[in-house]
Design a binder for this molecule. Structure first.
Ligand code: SME
Length: 163
């Protein structure tokens, strides 16, 4: 991954987010673009924050990688729940050393979770796992926070179909 390649991926996602009418397709293509861009991104998914029976939870949307058992995550749980609660990116170099971690695959070693924000409001998250220890650094954070800002407007009116 280098800075000019990052700019190309961002330009692709930006164009798609502006032109594509179907929000799910925008999210699917964003996930695919990120997974193809970085070999160390083993699992790439987007969670949407929804209110259900008075509580907020993260509902898994488009993803690429092994199916995850964690298709709905309450705000208090996991690294995903922690990032939504703190409204800040979380990078975990060694998931097995983090008691918050909810396991998706035995091979996963490190994880980054980037909230998708509308001002102070969390709309969802980009969640990426890697089979490499400490796979995520400042360049990944910068790229993924830029991607989150590009797709945020598409989530303003978007709600998953299931309750
Ligand atoms: N590891 C996440 C759960 C999601 S799976 O990685 C896809 C967490 O701890 O919140």
């Amino acid at each position: 991954m280098n800075a000019s390649d990052d700019q190309a991926v961002l330009a692709t996602i930006k164009a798609d987010a502006a032109a594509e009418k179907d929000t799910v397709r925008v999210l699917e293509r964003t996930v695919a673009a990120l997974k193809a861009h970085v070999p160390a991104y083993t699992w790439v998914g987007i969670y949407i924050l929804v209110e259900h029976a008075g509580a907020h939870e993260l509902v898994l949307g488009p993803f690429l990688g092994k199916p995850s058992p964690h298709t709905r995550i309450p705000l208090g749980q996991g690294i995903c729940g922690a990032a939504a609660t703190s409204k800040a990116t979380i990078i975990v170099d060694d998931v097995n050393a983090d008691p918050r971690y909810l396991a998706c695959s035995l091979e996963t070693q490190s994880e980054i979770v980037v909230p998708i924000m509308d001002g102070p409001r969390v709309l969802g998250e980009i969640d990426i796992d890697s089979d490499r220890r400490a796979a995520f650094g400042p360049a990944d954070r910068e790229l993924l926070e830029s991607v989150a800002a590009l797709i945020a407007p598409r989530l303003l009116d978007y709600r998953p179909l299931e309750p």
